[in-house]
Design a protein around this ligand. Structure first.
Ligand code: GDP
Ligand code: MN
Length: 399
């Protein structure tokens, strides 16, 4: 799960990470109120969306205008810029061309930036350790730095069994070229960020930029946090920060029914059991020239009801022009799947081609149920056959 910058800053602050003072605003009047409370002389008006690159992003209604992060010098300008940004669609490198509507702003006190650095914490699955990444190239996307100047990224791995020690943090501080009292401030900062990462079950903490101010302070100017969904049950306060407006409605609906669903951009809906088989199905669709509309794992013990819900979810995607059901009946029986598919196809009065490939327990019974249903279901024998059939059915429909 993702949260907004201002929420991440509030969480990190609890652990001792230094952040500028600020307040959230949902209207220009609220923005003005926050600005007055903060006092001047400089304020920053920041769009709150679940995507980075806001500073360099542009608003759809005014592509020649200013970006989604603005430094202003009067309370009147805070309100005026808030009015220009709220309700408008901000397009950044990370939102894609459709952009995201800005519904809330964060008003912050200005900051005297001397240097912009990068600090990130993430779980490295290859080493099973928390990896702290730092770079002197702050402010720009770390993927870009990793690509063009990989030597400029410093990595320090922390074994979760022993936790973080001063030397880990000092390695980062010295690696960033910090000196004098900045070193101690950075050590405190890194240790606090690590504590927040571990205790809140985060999957990423990204501070970009981490700045050194004119006065030599170390401050998080931007903050991004991601959380492990499987651990949210023990962090009710984090769960409450969820902003449904920022999430794909169909993915939320799927989560409610314990379906693993991820919407994609293609036109062939996939219903599969098991994540590995789902990946293989998507690959083979692509191999035959098609594009999957989603990843969907209905799980091992799917009931008729779950299969129906999954079907409705797939069809709620306007891009779907055909469906491929690929189920291996191991624990699950093919006849139950077939019944589910037939019931769902009837209930939603299916209007796109449907290819079903069943294999495993009671497969003959399953195929008979499909054949006798009277529905225009194309049956397939193996994975390759199934992919070819759905790709050509969708192409025929388009032609
Ligand atoms: P992002 O573009 O979504 O990553 O948003 P950031 O919060 O990182 O802001 C983008 C850029 O705006 C930063 O890299 C800074 O250069 C600049 N910025 C943000 N806050 C301030 C501030 O208080 N003062 C000044 N001068 N610049 C700021
Ligand atoms: Mn940033």
């Amino acid at each position: 799960m993702n949260i907004h910058e201002y929420q991440a800053k509030a969480l990190l602050k609890r652990y001792g990470v230094v952040v500028p003072r600020g307040g959230v605003a949902f209207s220009p009047a609220e923005a003005e109120k926050v600005a007055n409370e903060l006092g001047g002389p400089i304020w920053v008006v920041k769009s709150q969306i679940h995507a980075g690159g806001r500073g360099a992003g542009r608003f759809q209604n005014n592509p020649e205008g200013k970006g989604g992060v603005r430094v202003v010098k009067s309370v009147a300008d805070v309100a005026a810029n808030a009015g220009e940004m709220l309700g408008q669609v901000l397009v950044t490198k990370q939102t894609g061309p459709a952009g995201k509507e800005v519904k809330r702003l964060y008003i912050e006190e200005g900051c005297d930036i001397k240097r912009e650095l990068y600090l990130g914490l993430l779980l490295d699955r290859a080493t099973s350790r928390v990896t702290i990444m730092a770079s002197t190239e702050g402010g720009m996307e770390i993927e870009e730095v990793a690509h063009n100047n990989p030597e400029k990224i410093l990595k320090v791995a922390v074994d979760p069994a022993t936790g973080i020690s001063g030397f880990h943090a000092r390695k980062i501080a010295f690696g960033l070229g910090l000196e004098g009292k900045q070193v101690n401030a950075a050590v405190k900062f890194v240790m606090a960020a690590y504590k927040a990462f571990v205790e809140l079950d985060a999957s990423t903490v990204e501070i970009n930029p981490l700045v050194v101010t004119g006065a030599g302070e170390i401050i998080a100017l931007d903050a991004k946090m991601n959380f492990d969904d499987n651990a949210l049950f023990r962090h009710k306060d984090v769960e409450e920060l969820r902003d449904a407006d920022e999430e794909e409605a169909s993915e939320r609906e799927a989560a409610k029914h314990e379906l693993n669903y991820i919407k994609l951009d293609g036109n062939i809906g996939c219903m599969v059991n098991g994540a590995g088989l789902a990946m293989a199905t998507m690959d083979i669709i692509k191999l035959h020239g098609g594009e999957p509309a989603n990843f969907l794992d209905v799980g091992g013990g799917a009931t008729k009801e779950r299969v129906t819900t999954a079907f409705k979810l797939i069809l709620s995607d306007k891009n779907v022009e055909g469906i491929l059901v690929n189920i291996f009946g191991g624990i699950m029986r093919c006849d139950v799947i077939a019944e589910g598919v037939v019931a769902a196809a009837r209930e939603v009065s299916l209007h796109v081609p449907l290819v079903v490939r069943l294999e495993g327990t009671n497969v003959d019974m399953g195929k008979r149920i499909l054949a006798e249903s009277g529905l225009p279901i194309l049956s397939a024998d193996d994975l390759g056959d199934a992919a070819k059939k759905i790709v050509s059915a969708v192409q025929r429909k388009a032609a």
